[in-house]
Design a protein around this ligand. Structure first.
Ligand code: C5P
Length: 239
């Protein structure tokens, strides 16, 4: 399967996002639209519905983490909106993940449920402090060990996908080989890394077997966003 392109619609207003969506649609380019907390808070489910009813594929990135009943109800709403994939925190636990997986099976076309392991904003010391607060013990091992364990647990509980950073693809594929891997932290050669620390180019991520890459600012802040998308799609196709 060719690596797919997910475009992060990280805009504060629906109008800006829709402008890009319409321009891309008119060029018949095949991408998935990521709607995260900022745009969702500004524009709500109606914006998502507008995309899905227009035939768009949507990745709803709200990273659910709550009691099983609440997350299951949120998952049912995501299915009703017709999203192609959405995220939850694997740390929400087996009951939460299993209940969600049972719920999404009721949909005519079940979305891919993507687990989040350890947020990439954590450094080793911040993660140790948090893990110690949870378990009462200074944890053994590194963030990467927690990522592998959470990925394997998520897969065991029935998740169908996972979000992992560029440098975690191999490790995650080893721990949970069947998951759809969504990889942010991607920068086309020559573009600004901004706050992404460990980056891969689209071709490198494709060569490592990413199912999909997430690209935001190199597209949304480009002088010609549609051309930026076309060029990434070309790079993925020839990787
Ligand atoms: O602009 P940029 O390409 O860095 O955007 C990447 C997108 O992927 C953003 O929406 C960001 O929130 C998201 N993301 C990330 N790193 C993660 C998880 C999600 O950059 N570990």
């Amino acid at each position: 399967m060719a690596t797919e392109l997910i475009v992060a619609l990280d805009y504060p207003k629906a109008e800006q996002a829709l402008e890009l969506v319409q321009a891309v649609r008119s060029q018949k380019l095949d991408v998935i639209w990521k709607v995260g907390s900022e745009l969702f808070m500004a524009s709500g489910p109606e914006f998502v519905r507008k995309l899905t009813q227009g035939g768009g594929r949507v990745f709803l990135d709200l990273k659910f983490h709550d009691i099983p009943n609440t997350v299951t109800k949120a998952a049912a709403q995501a299915c009703e909106l017709g999203v192609a994939m959405f995220t939850l925190h694997i740390a929400g636990g087996s009951d939460m993940v299993e209940a969600v997986m049972k719920e999404v099976q009721k949909a005519a076309k079940p979305p891919i449920v993507l687990g989040v392991t350890v947020l990439t904003s954590f450094d080793e010391s911040g993660w140790k402090k948090t893990a110690e607060a949870v378990s009462g013990q200074r944890p053994q091992g590194l963030i990467s060990d927690s990522v592998s364990r959470l990925a394997a647990a998520g897969a065991h509980w029935g998740l169908t996908g996972i979000v992992c950073s560029a440098h975690e693809i191999g490790r995650v594929q080893k721990a949970a080989p069947d998951l759809y891997t969504v990889v942010p932290g991607i920068r086309p050669a020559g573009s600004n890394a901004q706050d992404q620390a460990r980056i891969l180019t689209p071709a490198e991520a494709a060569q490592q077997g990413a199912s999909a890459i997430v690209v935001g600012r190199p597209i949304t802040q480009a002088a010609k966003p549609v051309e930026a998308i076309a060029s990434i799609l070309k790079e993925l196709a020839s990787a």
